[in-house]
Design a protein around this ligand. Structure first.
Ligand code: SAH
Length: 396
């Protein structure tokens, strides 16, 4: 006999969203009696309606705004190695339908029914972000399941995301299995890039822009491309390999400079790529004055809106970026602008890009609006998991 799990109750009338398929319950929807409040963060619990009817099993953190995160609608499910193996296999099956090589996001948190978990696969290396107390407390079980499904040579825990603080978790990076070099290889199509999975941004590589890179970078063939915020050189090096005559990149990070230069060298396009360390806004302003123009301008900035409070100023940031970038596009060229801010919806983002284009005194047409690829699925009830938005504009 296993001991029954602690039971957590929703307040009266607060069950509809969960019943309809939403995977969270907020702290103000839960009956926070003394016993519930005393549950250690990350406890696996069953969630119930006031009348006792069970709604599912999940992890609970009484101190987090999103207190309950659903693992399974079946309250009798066991959250053990077998559970993680099932979820991992389903997620892998999905990715393998789209990608030939093991370089992609394997687990995209709630959308893959593993709340709080991000897992990126770099060949034999798995990089994890455990973003909730619930997922953190299940680390040993998860690692065992990863060994069973993927048998990776190395596992890195990038437990340094901003989200962890809201769960009361500390910040650390741990190599939980094997060893990883200063940089590891990322394969995208026929190209090889370098990622720093231990200290690079996020998990070390932005798999989410893969499809956008594949569409946008070849548009620079025969011309010049400007990549603002180049990070590890994804857009830039691909453009150089697909026939761009010159690629100029701007990024404020010294580490990014090293990674991008390395990628250009590996792919033998270091004579075409010119990466510069600069503040994007300052350098865009300067370039506009010089009269320089590019066939394609790519602007993929860090999130301007990290919380709802920053929405107004962040939206203005996207408008300004679109204005400055549009100014530098030669007639008949393309402008690509992206936003990875969870708090910015596609409509307002597009509105700011359009305003920026107009403020630059330019006209054009949107030829593509796209998010991340299929390795970043969207939870049916969490539209904010579609965090990446991008527009490709053909500029007159
Ligand atoms: N396009 C990249 C991801 C961009 S990440 C890819 O597909 O891989 C955002 C980048 O913006 C980071 O590399 C960061 O160093 C850079 N950055 C942040 N603030 C900046 C600023 N003010 N000026 C220039 N670069 C900046």
């Amino acid at each position: 006999m296993t001991t029954p799990l602690p039971r957590v109750f929703l307040q009266h009338g607060r069950d509809r969203r969960v019943v309809e398929g939403h995977p969270w319950a907020y702290s103000n929807e839960i009956r926070m009696d003394a016993e519930t409040k005393a549950l250690p963060p990350g406890t696996v619990v069953t969630l119930h309606r006031v009348d006792g009817k069970p709604l599912g099993i999940g992890s609970f953190n009484p101190h987090a705004l999103i207190s309950f995160r659903l693992f399974d609608r079946d309250p009798r499910a066991t959250i053990d190695e077998g559970f993680f193996v099932c979820r991992l296999r389903r997620a892998l099956d999905l990715r393998r339908r789209f990608f030939d090589r093991p370089f992609y996001r394997v687990i995209h948190a709630e959308a893959d029914a593993l709340p709080g978990l991000i897992a990126d696969l770099f060949g034999d290396v798995v990089v994890l972000q455990l973003n909730t107390a619930g997922m953190e407390s299940l680390t040993p079980t998860l690692l065992a399941a990863l060994d069973e499904t993927l048998a990776p040579e190395a596992i890195v825990l990038r437990n340094d995301s901003r989200m962890r603080a809201s769960e009361g978790l500390g910040s650390e990076v741990v190599v939980a299995k094997g060893q990883v070099g200063e940089t590891i290889e990322v394969r995208e199509g026929d190209l090889v890039f370098a990622a720093d999975v231990v200290s690079g941004q996020k998990t070390g590589w932005y798999f989410d822009q893969r499809e956008n890179r594949a569409v946008v970078s070849p548009l620079a063939a025969g011309g010049r491309m400007l990549v603002v915020f180049f990070f590890s050189g994804g857009f830039a090096v691909l453009a150089a390999c697909r026939g761009a005559i010159e690629v100029v990149g701007l990024d404020s990070s010294e580490a990014a400079l090293g990674l991008a230069r390395r990628a250009a060298k590996i792919n033998r396009v270091d004579d075409i790529c010119q990466f510069r360390r600069a503040d994007a806004f300052e350098e865009l302003q300067r370039l506009a004055k010089t009269g320089e123009r590019f066939q394609v301008v790519v602007a993929d900035p860090p999130p301007f809106v990290k919380s709802r409070k920053e929405l107004g100023s962040g939206l203005k940031g996207y408008r300004k970026l679109a204005r400055l970038a549009a100014t530098l596009v030669e007639p008949g060229g393309f402008l690509f602008v992206a936003s990875c801010s969870h708090n910015v919806e596609p409509g307002p983002f597009a509105a700011e890009v359009v305003k920026g284009l107009a403020a630059a005194g330019r006209t054009g047409r949107i030829v593509r609006s796209a998010g991340a690829g299929p390795d970043h699925p969207i939870h049916t009830h969490l539209p904010e998991t579609a965090y990446l938005k991008s527009l490709l504009v053909h500029v007159d």
